[in-house]
Design a protein around this ligand. Sequence first.
Ligand code: HEM
Length: 127
Amino acid sequence: EPNQTPYDAIGEEMLSRLVDTFYGKVQKHPMLFPIFPDDLSETARKQKQFLTQYLGGPPLYTEEHGHPMLRARHLPFPITPARADAWLSCMEEAMDEVGLSGEIREFLFHRLQLTAHHMVNSSSNDQ
Ligand code: HEM
């Protein structure tokens, strides 16, 4: 289909499974769980809304929470380069686990790499 968005290519169900699988990994990652809430259900709900619009689907995140301002929203949390890599490795494992493959996987992972690196707000020496 000529006008298919990346969101259409992944589909709501795959995106939902990806996000749930991802936060299951974040919850167990020694570098990540200390900065996240214990209950990640609300975080996962917001991330599904965000990724839906990030991939060209309906603007669910903005409708409920306003402009994402992602970097600003992450400033309360010390995000070192190592934490960004940990986040990306959880995402890569989640992609493997839900069977997201091919061009759409490469496209999404590449964009997430750029966004994750943009979130870095603390130097490796800090923590
Ligand atoms: C929220 C960490 C990268 C999207 C959060 C929260 C933490 C966090 C601790 C707060 C969770 C909560 O209170 O519910 C990190 C770390 C990253 C990272 C360590 C490593 C680079 C990203 C990336 C994206 C993203 C790459 C988008 C592609 C979001 C969204 C929220 C969020 C949408 C919810 C914001 C809200 O409260 O409305 N992140 N994040 N994060 N993160 Fe990240």
